[in-house]
Design a protein around this ligand. Structure first.
Ligand SMILES: Nc1ncnc2c1ncn2[C@@H]1O[C@H](COP(=O)(O)OP(=O)(O)OP(=O)(O)O)[C@@H](O)[C@H]1O
Ligand SMILES: [Mg+2]
Length: 373
């Protein structure tokens, strides 16, 4: 479980990556827990590793736990250990990952997949550093730094009641979000060169370069599988085209996207903490509103058009109005908003909500939403 990697920082020329490297250096020496979010393959594990490497804990253990891969029935004994006789098969006392990581770092990967009952216990460790072994009655105190990662949209998971709000707010005090590769095109070349170099050294291949138009194509490619997809691509292209300068045709031939769309939506960052679910939803709505305004600005809409959008969506974020709504009304309000935002493209709306299009159609019918805008 000990993680070894010689990469000491995220590679990339983009402002986003430079900022992330800076945040890593700022937070690494502290004991603050960090939540890393981003689509699959964006480099979350690299960030977790860097945080540990730059911390005073670097000579102690770095334990990675893939929360999504451990069956629900055993995750607590894996994390917190168990006492002899706690359950059938517990023939001796056993320490869990938290104890193994003492004075070091524990990396809770895929934390969005952690069962709700275990989430309460993680919160307790974060707040007091204490936990009980399964079947034990003695509080155990550990000094462990917690770093967590997910490619899920945790605020949405909170709304869907799959993730505890209190743990979410506790974790996201420091949230490092890695944007998808397609939003930081200036990183593609650096990563490409790095991965090509790695694979060539490993396989004793001499790299003969790449044509400009082929590089341009790679830079503008969507990379839904992010850096991981680029790395896999680099491995296959140089092995399949040894001793030649890579041309556009070679690139296109080897570029069969592993993914047809992003694996997960980026987390919607909320602004403040400890609020009720309604407040949480309202804040998410405020964020959506500012997103749409930003997009419009980016598209260089004229001032008066931006204003009209602002007025237009004001009906929807009226605080008092939303406060008095029940859950179904809020659900309907969000749906109407997204339908308007995506011009009734149900596929996009369902992607946004992380639901099936069929479910969205069912809701449109249930709430009797009529296209009158
Ligand atoms: N900025 C980067 N610099 C160097 N290597 C990177 C960078 N980003 C990603 N990689 C490499 O890409 C691969 C995928 O990264 P990583 O495993 O950290 O992604 P992830 O976000 O944890 O993905 P998942 O959600 O699927 O677990 C790894 O081999 C990693 O070393
Ligand atoms: Mg990972």
């Amino acid at each position: 479980m000990l993680y070894l990697n010689n990469i000491m920082e995220l590679l990339g020329n983009s402002i986003q990556i430079k900022e992330i490297n800076q945040i890593i250096r700022q937070v690494a020496p502290t004991d603050i827990s960090v939540l890393i979010t981003g689509e699959s393959g964006t480099g979350k594990e690299v960030v977790a590793n860097c945080i540990h490497e730059y911390s005073k804990r670097k000579d102690k253990a770095f334990i990675t736990v893939n929360c999504g891969a451990i069956p629900e029935g055993i995750i607590e004994s894996e994390l917190f250990g168990h006492q002899k006789g706690a359950f059938t098969g517990a023939i001796e006392n056993r320490e869990g990952y938290f104890e193994m990581a003492a004075k070091g770092t524990i990396f809770l990967d895929e934390i969005g997949d952690m069962p709700l009952a275990t989430q309460v216990k993680i919160l307790r460790v974060l707040e007091s550093g204490e936990f009980l072994r399964v079947g034990g009655n003695k509080n155990i105190h550990v000094d462990v730094r917690v770093v967590a990662a997910t490619n899920k949209n945790l605020s949405q998971e909170v709304i869907n009641k799959n993730f505890r709000e209190d743990l979410y707010f506790r974790l996201r005090l420091v949230n490092i979000h890695i944007p998808p590769l397609r939003e930081r095109k200036s990183d593609v070349k650096v990563l490409f060169e790095h991965f090509i170099d790695e694979v060539c050294k490993k396989n004793g291949i001499e790299y003969r370069g790449i044509e400009d138009d082929a590089m341009e194509f790679l830079i503008n490619y969507v990379w839904y599988g992010n850096a991981r997809e680029l790395k896999n691509f680099c491995e296959s292209i140089v092995v399949l085209n040894p001793n030649k300068k890579l041309a556009l045709a070679d690139v296109k031939k080897n570029l069969h996207s592993e993914f047809t769309q992003p694996r997960q939506l980026p987390a919607v960052p909320l602004i403040t903490k400890d609020y009720s679910e309604k407040d949480l939803i309202m804040r998410a709505l405020f964020e959506l509103k500012s997103d749409i305004l930003d997009i419009k600005k980016l598209l260089k809409y004229k001032d008066n058009e931006i204003n009209s959008i602002q007025t237009d969506s004001d009906f929807f974020i009226n605080r008092d109005r939303i406060k008095n709504m029940d859950d179904e009304e809020i659900d309907k309000e969000i749906l109407v908003y997204l339908l308007r935002l995506h011009d009734w493209d149900v596929k996009k709306v369902s992607d946004n909500l992380n639901q099936t299009p069929r479910n969205v159609y069912r809701k449109i019918k249930k709430y009797n939403i009529i296209k009158n805008f």
